[in-house]
Design a protein around this ligand. Sequence first.
Ligand code: BES
Ligand code: MN
Ligand code: ZN
Length: 498
Amino acid sequence: MKVSFVEPSRLNAGNVAVMVADGRVLSPSAQTLDKQTKGALKRAINASRFTGKKGQLLSLMAPAGTKADRITLVGIGKASALDALSAEAMGGALLADANGAGQKTLTVAIDTVPGVKLELAALAACVALGGKLRSYRFDKYRTKEKREAKPTVATLSIAVKGASAAQRAYNGGKAADAVFFARDLVSEPANVIYPVSLAAKCKELTALDVKVEILGVAAMTKLGMGAILGVGQGSARESQMVIMSWNGGPKDQKPVGFIGKGVCFDTGGISIKPAGGMEDMKWDMGGSAAVIGAMHLLAARKAKVNVVGVVGLVENMPSGTAQRPGDVVTTMSGQTVEVINTDAEGRLVLADAIWYCQKKYNPQCLVDLATLTGAIIISLGHEQAGLFANDDAFADKVAAAGKAVGDNLWRMPLGEAYDRDINSDIADMKNVGSGRGAGSITAAQFIKRFVIGNTPWAHLDIAGTAWTNKDGGSTPKGATAFGVRLLDRLVADNYEAK
Ligand code: BES
Ligand code: MN
Ligand code: ZN
């Protein structure tokens, strides 16, 4: 779907949407259309439940007095409360509505509604981004879908005074490109995206001037990465570690470090998972997709910052060569791990990736993202991801970045007693806690043992948010790309030279 910004004079055709604030307050463009149609808009409002509440939609077909085929009123709620995220959701809802109605175009009139604080250009760009993000569809394997079932909107136009300023704020939809890149990676099945092919997708970022280095099993063996190698040893697919560097910042600036869990498929290994729902485990590389997508976005917009992204890519399989429960592996850090449960593999992958990142790049701070535990879904459902951190100020920055882009995080605790729970009788630690409780926290404690010194570190457990089963706002059902925009925003707000 194409996105364009036009001056508002061209409102008089096709499928048009106009804003209405809570209490039936028509925007200027809505008023104009109401006059042209001799009051059809107001009559439609009065004949319905539409009051302009946030998210409400009301459509009129072929109203007389205008050449517009369809006019949709969209409620923005209380004008003063209209923010970037609700503008995105508005764009998403309008796009979905237009597709549902079989419209070929959608023109959204963005104009000055009294009380709205968001600048017109920013508001227009947010609506455009929301629409664009909602238009995502992973349908390359659907060869027989009927035409009428496919989305119809080919162009989303935003009609706004000062269209070029809005266009600049939209920045060519670079955020959407990166999100789509990540969503594609997560949506692809595991017979298409496996460690070597995912590493090849990372390599594509060289086109954006990202430096990409790939370590195979031989290189990882030399480095002593026994943890990630143990996870991958049962698979016919070779494990990979990919290091992506974007150096847009000052030479002496320590990089920001991003680490991603890239388990391309998680069967559980010898501690095998039940069959029901196992297909979901193709998403177990969602953390790595977030890191890859964030690198994509930072490089595409030439962020003035140094960032290094490290993703550990493996397939967790049961086989004659697979790791056994009870095996002891030596991580790159030298610390040993008793692998009690081969299904607690993500933390093993992260352990070596995070250690390598610190030893090689001395990052100023670290964020790791991982679809790490089913337990975080029990705690937070699919609404928020778990945030664990060793530094309150850093945790606040990460949470604020998430809130700003709608990747919501809820801070979870860490503590000595949880840490003690992963002590092993025969090695430095075991890869699961002793009981059934606090599974996300003991997992976080495990990763924390691989953070060197006081480096600010945040761990995002995105097991419940990497994928969604329902359409909503700017996110259609499927892969969410949770984390891509969060990481970008974290950098923009805190680490980028202005
Ligand atoms: N990839 C899973 C976590 C997961 C579960 C993600 C459900 C998304 C949806 C992870 O590797 C895993 O299997 N974790 C185990 C840990 C347990 C063995 C301690 C879990 O959560 O059951
Ligand atoms: Mn697992
Ligand atoms: Zn996993």
